[in-house]
Design a protein. Sequence first.
Length: 142
Amino acid sequence: MHTAPACAWVDGGARGNPGEAGFGVVLEQDGAVVELSGYLGKATNNVAEYAGLIAGLELAIARGVRQLTLHSDSLLLVRQMQGRYRVKAAHLRPLHTRASAQASRIPDLRFLHVSREVNRRADALVNRAIDERRAPPEWFLF
């Protein structure tokens, strides 16, 4: 079990809305970096953003992370997870519920909104996942 603080950068994107979609995650802890990504098929941009968030949370939990700062360039996603925005779109409610359940398993979790430039590595993973139609990890059921 890791006790050192960790940082995650998560992203999701769609080419068209809806369109070909994917997600990307970069998790840094104890000097180690883990990257993961996956192709989602046809989805909206916000669904892809939630896929990245959920994958990042599940990866952190699997690695025993107890203190996490999670970065996203989606203001909607960050504000919804902070409880500052309501989840109005019916198709996002189950994803928000799943993400919230996972978030509750990390005792010290902060969500930060960052610019797209700061989130460049996760964004590159999104694009590579879409370009290569890279399947998500087997453990990630979305």
